[in-house]
Ligand binder design. Structure first.
Ligand code: ZN
Length: 319
């Protein structure tokens, strides 16, 4: 049963919004594009894992995706957590291509691409071990100390070649390719034959983790001009005009009734997680407060305050 589904990460929405609304000649563009490729690739890898998990018998496992749990002064992030009645299993998902070298005397992780260029990364085994340790601490503090914690590092890119260096006993037991996920899960259940949680307590643990989850912090904003106005989805020009209860593009002549939605969402992502009628008028380039009132109400956003102090709130994260 899926207790927490997976959504497109906020960082992706934020960076996509940036690309829409910073000037074409901004020096920040190449780095944002590069980051986006990396985040999309990670997200697609995780979705691949989800597709494999969707064939599991749903009554035996509780699944929480993309969990961010505070512990002490920090947080730890789990790509997928599977709670069986005998074990909690962390899946650390990596969607990296190339020849991947893991472990060795110094417990390192690197990728060699087709041109022979070697890039080092954080070792996902050490990372998953650290998260397992944190999760154990959390479970203990919340009354579920009896539940053992284990982990798997799942590589999802079909073109990756896994290369375990000598000394890598852990590598063989804990690192798999996504195609072997289901087989490995049944092996792990055999490794943990003892039921330690009843159905009710397993659900209780999952719900408590869900409640402890926090949305990732809002990222450091870049110093750059944010273009205002409503963008035409057809020709990408900014400055659509409100006409006949729709938006009209002077550049390509197209109408779009919903063009304001992206603009308001971009405001939430790039400017402020709340918007007043006055701020929306200025951002959408509309003079009439009545028109903007109608537009904001039609979006069915949560709001705070009344009348002049009313602010509509972002749907992307809690504020
Ligand atoms: Zn247009």
């Amino acid at each position: 049963m899926i207790i927490k589904g997976r959504k497109i990460p906020l960082i992706i929405l934020y960076k996509e919004a940036l690309l829409r609304r910073i000037p074409q000649n901004s020096p920040h563009r190449p780095k944002i594009k590069e980051d986006l490729l990396k985040y999309w690739s990670g997200y697609h890898g995780e979705c691949k894992v989800d597709r494999h998990l969707s064939t599991l018998s749903q009554k035996n496992v509780l699944i929480l995706n993309d969990l961010q749990i505070p512990i002490g002064k920090t947080t730890f992030q789990i790509d997928s957590l599977l709670i069986f009645k005998s074990v909690a299993l962390i899946l650390e998902v990596k969607n990296i291509s190339g020849m991947l070298n893991i472990g060795g005397e110094f417990n390192q992780f690197s990728r060699t691409n087709n041109d022979g260029i070697i890039t080092g990364f954080t070792n996902p085994i050490s990372q998953a071990e650290r998260y397992s340790h944190h999760l154990r601490q959390w479970l203990k503090a919340n009354g579920f100390a009896q539940l053992p914690v284990d982990y798997l590092v799942v590589f999802t890119n079909p073109s990756s070649v896994l290369n375990g260096l000598p000394n890598s006993k852990q590598f063989k037991q804990r690192v798999i390719k996504v195609a072997d996920l289901l087989k490995k899960l049944s092996e792990i259940q055999t490794d943990y034959p003892k039921t330690v949680l009843c159905d009710r307590d397993a659900k209780k643990a999952a719900k408590k983790l869900l409640k402890a989850h926090i949305d990732p912090p809002i990222f450091t904003k870049i110093e750059e001009t944010i273009l205002t106005g409503v963008q035409c989805v057809n020709c990408r020009t900014f400055g659509m005009e409100r006409k006949k209860a729709s938006w009209y593009c002077n550049s390509c002549g197209s109408y779009d009734k919903q063009a304001h939605v992206q603009a308001i969402f971009d405001y939430f992502l790039l400017v402020n997680p709340k918007i007043s009628n006055k701020q929306a008028r200025s951002f959408l380039h509309v003079n009439s407060s009545k028109v903007v009132h109608g537009i904001l109400n039609s979006m069915r956003l949560n709001s705070q305050g009344e009348n002049k102090n009313k602010q509509y709130v972002t749907p992307f994260h809690s504020v």
